[in-house]
Design a binder for this molecule. Structure first.
Ligand SMILES: [Zn+2]
Ligand SMILES: [Zn+2]
Length: 81
């Protein structure tokens, strides 16, 4: 279902679909399923922390297929206005 390649820019950890991320609103979810946007409150998180090495990286840096993903992120961002 998903041919996007995603990995931590720092340690190369690959997300396994787990809900490792927590929003300010308390929501736990898999940030890569929504391109960093909280499904509860709609907050877009520009930086993403790696659960493996704890390092923060800009969300788009996680996607190896950056050209396609930047378009999707823009679409998502403009769709909420
Ligand atoms: Zn990492
Ligand atoms: Zn939230």
């Amino acid at each position: 279902m998903n041919d996007e390649r995603i990995e931590c820019p720092k340690c190369k950890w690959e997300p396994d679909g787990g809900a490792y991320w927590t929003c300010y609103c308390g929501c736990n979810w898999n940030t890569f399923s929504t391109y960093g946007k909280c499904p509860e409150c709609g907050k877009v998180h520009k930086d993403t922390q790696c659960p493996a090495c704890q390092a923060w990286s800009p969300h788009p840096d996680w996607y190896l297929d950056l050209e396609n993903i930047s378009i999707k992120v823009e679409e998502k961002a403009s769709a909420q206005e």
